[in-house]
Write a protein that binds this ligand. Structure first.
Ligand SMILES: [Fe+2]
Ligand SMILES: [Fe+2]
Length: 186
């Protein structure tokens, strides 16, 4: 599928604010891909599709996951996270995307230990696209062009702190992702 065909479907599948976030994410993903010598077109496709399932009814997403025998833990089945897994299914089945692109969609929310370069780029692009506005975002955004590991660790710390303050659960994949990035620095 061409990028233009993808954008048309994506645009119809979400509200204008989310589409704006998606475009911001595509732009950031492209810039990071150039900086870190990653295939720009793969990064753009993954960014366009990363939130493709976000506005799909929750029950449909759950059905899609269970019909394919995908095992998710309780947290991954939660409303905020499941769209990453159902989005990866849609990217594969409807858009014919590669496992590389699907992986970046699957892990764009929780992250995971031992992420691929594309997974890292999409995770950071989602967190730091121009429309994002939280304390410390510009620091993480700048760091993403200087030191990917440091940017990820700062991103994980900020996300984990935010979840702690809100009294929410933290997916163990994010803890493991943080540990793995710290270990890789030594
Ligand atoms: Fe998302
Ligand atoms: Fe997103």
């Amino acid at each position: 599928m061409t990028e233009k065909e993808i954008t048309e479907i994506v645009k119809k599948s979400m509200g204008s604010r989310r589409y704006q976030h998606t475009e911001g994410c595509v732009d950031m993903a492209e810039r990071l891909a150039r900086r870190w010598d990653m295939d720009v077109s793969l990064a753009r496709r993954a960014a366009y599709l990363h939130d493709i399932a976000k506005e799909m009814p929750y029950d449909e997403q759950l059905k899609m996951i269970s019909e394919r025998g995908i095992m998710l833990n309780e947290m991954q089945r939660s409303k905020k996270i499941i769209h990453a897994f159902s989005g990866a299914v849609i990217a594969k089945e409807r858009f014919g995307e590669s496992e590389e692109v699907c992986g970046a969609i699957r892990w764009h929310t929780t992250a995971r230990s031992g992420m691929t370069l594309l997974e890292k780029i999409i995770w950071l692009a989602d967190l730091t696209e121009e429309g994002r506005n939280f304390d410390g975002v510009s620091e993480i955004r700048e760091l993403a062009f200087i030191d990917l590991s440091k940017a990820l660790i700062k991103g994980f710390d900020t996300t984990i702190r935010f979840l702690l303050e809100k009294g929410e659960r933290i997916d163990t994949n994010m803890i493991e992702a943080r540990n793995s990035e710290i270990s890789a620095m030594f």
